[in-house]
Design a protein around this ligand. Structure first.
Ligand SMILES: [Mn+2]
Length: 269
C-alpha cells in the first residue's frame, strides 16, 4: 500500500526552541507523508536564541534543508510568523529556502493564499515583545498539571482569549483573501485548528505542534483536510537507540511506514 501524494502539506507553530515543541513528531509526519509542496506557515521558531534548540529541533531543520534540494523537486516555502521575524535572512542561508510574508499559488484552477495570521491580530501588531512573552507563558501553562485552582482559572481566561483570537484571525484572513481574489486562505498563529467559509471563500487554520493534538493540513484532488498526527509506539529512532549523534543517516532513518494520522471530519467553526 502506498501513501497518497498530496499536492501541498502545511504546518505551522512548531515553536522550535520551546520545551513543548513537538519537533520529533513533526519530523516523523514529514517522513511518512508524500507531497509536492511544503509550506511552513510561521512560528516554526520560538525566538532567536539558537542555543535553546535541542537535537531533534536541529534534525527537523536538517530535514527541511534536504527536502529543499532541487533534485527532490519539492517546493519548500517558509512564511514568516511573528516569532520568526528577523530570522528570515539567517534561515534562507542556513536552511536554503526563501522566506515570504505571504504566499500565493494556483492548484487546479483555485487560487490559494497562505499567511501566518498575526497580521489580523491587533494585539500582536501593537505589542510584539509582550505578545511573545505571553505566548511563551501560554505554552508553559499547557505543560503544567493544574493542582491550583487559581492557576487554572488564570489559564482558562488566557485560553478564552486565544479562542476569541481564532475568530478574529479567521475574519481578517477571509477579508484579506477576498481582496486578493483567493478562494482558499490558510493561517496558523492561533494554535487552534479550524475550518470555516464565507462568500465561497474557505478558511483553514493549521493549528500547532505544541500540544497533544498536533495538526497539519493537506491539499489534494480530494480537497483540503485537517489531520491530527499521532505518534506511534514503535516510532523509536533506530540511530538514537544505538547512541549515534546527529548525522545525515539519523535524519533519514525510519522513513518507511504508513501514516498514523486521523482526519478531522467536522471541526467546530
Ligand atoms: Mn504567531
Amino acid at each position: 500500500m502506498t501513501t497518497p501524494c498530496f499536492d501541498t502539506v502545511i504546518l505551522s507553530d512548531l515553536h522550535l526552541g520551546s520545551e513543548v515543541s513537538r519537533a520529533k513528531a513533526a519530523l516523523q509526519m514529514l517522513k511518512r507523508t508524500s507531497f509536492q509542496r511544503l509550506i511552513l506557515l510561521g512560528d516554526i521558531f520560538c525566538d532567536l536564541n539558537f542555543r535553546r534548540l535541542k537535537k531533534e529541533h536541529w534534525q527537523f531543520l536538517s530535514h527541511i534543508r534536504k527536502l529543499s534540494n532541487p533534485k527532490r523537486k519539492i517546493e519548500v516555502v517558509w512564511v514568516e510568523g511573528n516569532h520568526d521575524q528577523g530570522l528570515s535572512e539567517v534561515m534562507s542561508h542556513l536552511v536554503g529556502i526563501e522566506v515570504y510574508q505571504e504566499y500565493v499559488w494556483e492548484y487546479r484552477g483555485i487560487r490559494h493564499l497562505a499567511i501566518h495570521g498575526h497580521q489580523f491580530d491587533g494585539f500582536v501588531l501593537g505589542n510584539l515583545p509582550l505578545s511573545k512573552f505571553l505566548t511563551v507563558l501560554y505554552l508553559q501553562f499547557q505543560k503544567l498539571d493544574f493542582g491550583q485552582k487559581r492557576l487554572a482559572r488564570c489559564f482558562d481566561r488566557l485560553d478564552t482569549a486565544w479562542l476569541r483570537l481564532s475568530s478574529k484571525v479567521a475574519r481578517g484572513a477571509l477579508n484579506h483573501a477576498q481582496a486578493k481574489n483567493a478562494q482558499r486562505v490558510f493561517c496558523g498563529h492561533t494554535h487552534e485548528a479550524m475550518r470555516t467559509e464565507r462568500n465561497q471563500i474557505e478558511y483553514f487554520n493549521t493549528g500547532s505542534w505544541t500540544q497533544s493534538a498536533a495538526t497539519y493540513v493537506t491539499i489534494s484532488e480530494e480537497g483540503v483536510k485537517i489531520h491530527e498526527y499521532h505518534e506511534r509506539a514503535d516510532d523509536r529512532d533506530p540511530c538514537e537507540e544505538r547512541g549515534e549523534t546527529h548525522s545525515e543517516i539519523a535524519v533519514f532513518a525510519g522513513s518507511t511506514g504508513l501514516p498514523a494520522d486521523v482526519e478531522y471530519e467536522g471541526l467546530p467553526v
